[in-house]
Design a protein. Structure first.
Length: 91
C-alpha cells in the first residue's frame, strides 16, 4: 500500500509526501502490526508516523522526534491511496 499524505501545519504550510516500502516496514516494526492490517483501518498516530518517516526519507526537514512533529500539525489528509505495494511470500 502506498499513501500520498498531506500534513497541514499550524503555520498554514503544507506539502504532499508519498510513503514507500521502507515507511511501511518501519510502521510494522514500531506498531507490531502487518501491512495487511491497514485494510481494517488505521489511526491518526499511524498516519502521523508514516507521514513523519516518509518526510524524513524524502529529505524534508522535520522535528527531531515524532511528538514534536505531531504537535506542529493541525491535520493530516490522505490524498491518495494505492494498493500496488505487493510482498511475495516464499512457500
Amino acid at each position: 500500500m502506498q499513501l500520498t499524505l498531506k500534513p497541514v501545519f499550524k503555520d498554514g504550510n503544507s506539502y504532499e509526501v508519498q510513503t514507500n516500502l521502507m515507511t511501511i516496514v518501519l510502521w510494522e516494526r514500531k506498531f507490531k502490526r502487518k501491512a495487511s492490517d491497514m485494510a481494517a483501518g488505521i489511526g491518526v498516530e499511524d498516519l502521523a508516523f508514516m507521514c513523519y518517516e516518509a518526510s524524513r526519507s524524502n529529505g524534508i526537514t522535520v522535528p527531531a522526534n515524532l511528538d514534536a512533529f505531531i504537535n506542529s500539525l493541525t491535520n493530516i489528509e490522505v490524498v491518495e491511496q494505492a494498493t500496488d505495494l505487493k510482498v511475495d511470500q516464499a512457500q
